[in-house]
Design a binder for this molecule. Sequence first.
Ligand code: GDP
Length: 297
Amino acid sequence: MFDSLNERLSGLFDRLSGRGVLSEKDVDEALREVRVALLEADVALPVVRKFMDKARELATGEAIIKAVKPADQVVKIVYDGLIDMLGGEEPEPLNLAAVPPVVILMAGLQGSGKTTTSAKLALRLSKFDRKKVMMASLDTRRPAAMEQLKLLGDQVGVEVLPIVAGQSAVEITRRALQSAKLQGFDVLILDTAGRTTLDETLMNEAAEIAKISSPTETFLVADSLTGQDAVRTAEAFHARLPLTGLILTRADGDARGGAMLSMRATTGLPIKFLGAGEKIEALDVFDAKRIAGRILG
Ligand code: GDP
């Protein structure tokens, strides 16, 4: 994760700390280098601009130049800027505040990792939070996706709503809600249909399901490897479906991190989890401090 950014910034900080006293010009140059590093990491331009404005504001004046360890001050400015970009120090908790069965709605493009992530979340809730969890697939056009959720459910030991051929997504949602209620489930995870491209029908269907099921969390699952496309996907979904948060998958293979660093500032939505591998346990709570720490090495 963040290989290029980490390499560039640690190189810069090493050089600065070797210098001792810094002039205003040195600080300017250092910030310019930070800007290039962020752009190389594929961070969205408006997000980089905002970061730079704040960093310049903090770096002007005498604070850095007069500091005992000026290089540390530059690191702190970058660290604080990254935390701000990522949504603040404290992880945003999963919202389960509703009368059970609490509904979590999963939306996203096909191939983003939505179904795997549904099962990862189900495992997490059942294993760590001791919740009784049910999952249901609403992908009526892709029987293979329904089967996949069933297999994953068996793997993690979580109930999956039995598949009934010929039902619409709305009908399945109603059946899932009723079944989860009658059987005393705490959480119902609804895995909506995926498509390979953004399409109106898909997003409208997800919006309709949200209306019927009143989820406490409506997540967009997006592939961090797709960079700024992931950001555009999140914006497009959010325009039609009131999302409450984001889950970024394949963070384990993401050398640049542009999607992760741009998502919060661009969409205003918190990233709540990161997919960190193909294994079913590989789901991490999103923690800005950990991410910023990794970037700064
Ligand atoms: P869906 O079409 O959006 O439901 O996507 P799937 O859940 O079927 O996932 C597509 C592929 O991505 C599968 O091979 C998953 O194992 C893989 N995958 C999902 N999340 C992650 C992740 O966080 N890291 C890695 N490396 N692979 C993932």
